[in-house]
Design a protein around this ligand. Structure first.
Ligand SMILES: NC(=O)c1ccc[n+]([C@@H]2O[C@H](COP(=O)([O-])OP(=O)(O)OC[C@H]3O[C@@H](n4cnc5c(N)ncnc54)[C@H](O)[C@@H]3O)[C@@H](O)[C@H]2O)c1
Length: 333
């Protein structure tokens, strides 16, 4: 069994807790939150020990894994601490806020040899896994163009409004849009060029980002937005034009329109393995379960973490920071 300590028992901490209940080799032995009642609620499900802060748990708990579900600005310092304690680490996305934090994380990993997985969950999302496999197989030829979209109303559950503070979340760019930028990199590698544009609210925080990426043989457009009206449904999707077909994920599910005519509906969904009460804004909610199961199994069996390793999480942060810079930067106070 892999002994796990979850630090941060808010929205994602609760989600991870629920997933771990269904991962055979996972044992959540301790949890931490500065809001003790949050930690206690999760602790009851696992008979886990409660700590009052991430640091207290990381320094004192006897665990194999630290699972970081803290607000983003607290990721790097706690991940460094966990690696130095000799733990394997799961870090929610985005892995960090700045290039400097990314460099420190990578240096610490090199020094400690820690195993680190980043919660870039789209890499494990059924419809996106299908897309990656089809692209790699060459079944429909090369990708000529792609559009990725991820849009929602403003998240309202965050502790002390940390998501609305640019310095703590990196706005919609680092928090939401990074999912698609990371997946684009997974699919196509590093782009040659990017042109970005953003809208900002009255306080100067980025609320919507549009980016055009140039690849040698393809053009990609990625949109992220989180300030649609309250009640606006969370929406994510893609439209990818291959030489011989176009794949579309939207409110009609996944459909593939063939160049020679006609269309097919690939069956990509796996059996729903959870009966989660946590919910989330997901089309196939068990991607969170799958990434945690993958992580725990790799740790238990001593296998390398190859799907979303630390180096990949850092590169995706760097690319989003490059987009923001291209669009004029975060607002300086
Ligand atoms: N993969 C995804 O799809 C996805 C979705 C949502 C959020 N996230 C990421 O997960 C992370 C957490 O986001 P969230 O939505 O759960 O935020 P949240 O505000 O709901 O939860 C954060 C929790 O951390 C606690 N906390 C704050 N400081 C602490 C400390 N020093 N020690 C212990 N606990 C502390 C807070 O009390 C709160 O309960 C963020 O990095 C976010 O970007 C990922």
């Amino acid at each position: 069994m892999v002994k796990i300590g979850i630090v941060g028992c808010g929205f994602m901490g609760a989600n991870h807790s629920e997933c771990y209940r269904h991962v055979a080799k996972a044992n959540v032995t301790c949890v931490a939150d500065v809001r003790r009642e949050n930690a206690e609620k999760i602790a009851r499900m696992h008979s886990a020990k409660v700590y009052d802060s991430a640091k207290e748990l990381i320094l004192n708990a006897d665990v194999d894994v630290i699972d970081i579900c803290l607000p983003t600005y607290l990721h790097a310092e706690n991940a460094v601490l966990a690696m130095k304690k000799g733990r394997s680490v799961f870090i929610e996305k985005p892995v960090c806020m700045t290039k400097e934090e990314g460099a420190l994380l990578l240096k610490t990993q090199e020094e400690t040899g820690a195993k680190v997985h980043v919660g870039q969950v789209v890499r494990m999302w059924d419809e996106y896994v299908w897309l990656k496999n089809v692209a790699d197989s060459g079944k429909y030829g090369k990708i000529l163009s792609a559009v990725f979209t991820r849009i929602s109303a403003k998240p309202e559950w965050d502790w002390e409004n940390w998501l609305k503070d640019t310095k703590k979340s990196g706005d919609v760019a680092l928090d939401l849009h990074i999912h698609d930028v990371d997946f684009m990199r997974y699919l196509l590698g590093e782009p040659q060029n990017v042109t970005s544009s953003v809208t900002k609210n009255e306080k100067g925080a980025i609320e919507q980002i549009f980016s055009c990426f140039d690849y040698k043989d393809a053009k990609v457009f990625v949109e992220g937005c989180w300030d649609y009206p309250v009640g606006f449904p969370f929406t994510m999707g893609y439209r990818v034009k291959f030489e011989n077909a176009t794949a579309v994920l939207d409110e009609n599910g996944l459909n593939v329109y063939l160049k020679e005519g006609g269309w097919i509906k690939p069956d990509v969904r796996t059996e729903h393995e959870l009966n989660s009460e946590i919910g989330g804004n997901a089309l196939s909610e068990d991607a969170y379960f799958k990434e945690l199961k993958y992580f725990v199994d790799c740790i238990e069996e001593g296998n390398p973490l190859t799907v979303a390793p630390l180096s990949e999480g850092v590169k995706s942060v760097e690319l989003v920071l490059c987009e923001v810079e291209n669009a004029g930067g975060f607002t300086k106070e």
